[in-house]
Design a protein. Structure first.
Length: 384
């Protein structure tokens, strides 16, 4: 018998997260520009971008998706060709699936995001993680790629089919020497994928300068876009494999199942692109780095400890926060979340007190000062 579905809890739902100040690493670079917010409303109907379809997403001339994907995006990424995907993970999977075969090995940094591992597993690859240095730095050193490649050769009798670097990584915001890693990887005849989910759209980034054959980026994480959307850059050398077309449906690229971000997501990316392009200029990024370093110094003066690269070169930072952990032993583990929420500051996960990640991207010195004061007030309140 068919039961009637109770729909009472669905329909329009207001988001109640206080967002006066947002420090959530997953969100700071994805906050929409006013133009993207407008685009969301304008292009929100299903396949809205397909009014004048040219047979494939990247061929649509009106709106100017063709120009974005085939002209602006390759230039922005510093690579020969580009596509949009449904996320950084889909870009990584497309590369792995196209250039590796089942049972091959992929070498990736020990700070790699879970989505890199899952993408490799979905492509039925074996994974060798490149060792990181111990706490508190957790650095990825180029020579460790050589060691991991040699280990794969020894254990499997063949070279890895792909190497991946997370640039920067999503835990500590560490920026490894991609150029040096690229040289080692290429000297071993291995193609190189740089996952720039936290770089592309935030900071200056150029695939060719880093020595990458492929790059992946995340629109919802770093390009002020409504998710899910990502970007993929590929060199001409590997484009025939990654962008191969279907023998039956000649317009459709196999790795993207024909078309990817075909609606409001791509239109928010286009809408934000002028602002995103501007914010990645070196002088703008330098200000972000200075803000991050200032914030790190302020928190350290309160007894917290920033792990990872120091001085830090990115807005994503990991803090060990023992003073808050000590308070949680007397109060409860949600006290910090509650106190921050009461001040309309979002970003520290509920229940975390011993350590947490934060991002200062786009927050600005004034609001970062408010956050520092909030931490001070909370420490004082519970010390009495
Ligand atoms: C370093 C890194 N890469 C990739 C991803 C996944 O990005 P996407 O959601 O665009 O697939 C994340 C998500 O947190 C990440 O931290």
């Amino acid at each position: 018998m068919c039961m009637a579905i109770n729909t009472a809890k669905f329909g329009f739902i207001k988001r109640d997260t206080p967002r006066e100040i947002n420090l959530d690493p997953l969100q700071t670079g994805g906050i929409l520009t006013p133009e993207a917010r407008q685009a969301l409303q304008e292009w929100g109907d299903g396949y809205s971008v397909c009014d004048y379809c040219g047979g494939a997403l990247d061929q649509i001339k009106t709106p100017p998706i063709f120009d974005f994907i085939n002209k602006a995006l390759p230039e922005f990424l510093g690579c020969d060709q580009a596509r949009v995907t449904n996320g950084a993970r889909e870009a990584k999977f497309a590369v792995m699936h196209a250039v590796c075969k089942e049972g091959d090995w992929v070498v990736m940094d020990g700070n790699a995001h879970y989505s890199s591992l899952v993408a490799a597993q979905r492509a039925r690859l074996n994974i060798k993680l490149v060792e990181k240095t111990p706490a508190p730095e957790y650095k990825i050193l180029p020579e460790k790629y050589a060691e991991a490649i040699d280990a794969v050769k020894r254990e499997s009798g063949r070279a890895p089919a792909l190497a991946l670097l997370t640039y920067p990584d999503g835990s500590y915001g560490n920026i490894a020497d991609a150029k040096a890693i690229s040289k080692i990887v290429h000297d071993n005849g291995i193609p190189f994928l740089v996952n720039g989910a936290y770089a592309i759209g935030r900071m200056p980034f150029n695939a060719k300068e880093l020595g990458a054959d492929f790059v992946s980026g995340s629109g919802h994480k770093s390009m002020a876009s409504s998710g899910p959307i990502g970007v993929l850059g590929v060199s001409n050398q590997y484009a025939p494999k990654v962008l191969a077309k279907s023998p039956t449906n000649k317009n459709k690229e196999i790795e993207f199942l024909g078309c990817t971000a075909r609606g409001a997501t791509i239109m928010t990316m286009l809408a934000s692109f002028p602002a995103v392009y501007e914010r990645t200029r070196p002088e703008r990024w330098q200000k972000e780095v200075e803000d991050a370093r200032w914030f790190s110094g302020q928190l350290e003066s309160l007894g917290l400890k920033q792990l990872g690269d120091k001085p830090h070169d990115h807005d994503l930072m990991f803090f060990e926060s023992m003073p808050f952990y000590d308070i949680s032993q007397k109060a409860d583990r949600y006290f910090l979340y509650r106190e921050m929420k009461a001040r309309s500051i979002h970003g520290i996960k509920p229940g975390l007190t011993k350590n947490f990640k934060l991002s200062t991207f786009g927050v600005g010195r004034e609001k970062l000062g408010i956050v520092v004061d909030a931490f001070k007030e909370i420490l004082q309140k519970y010390s009495t």
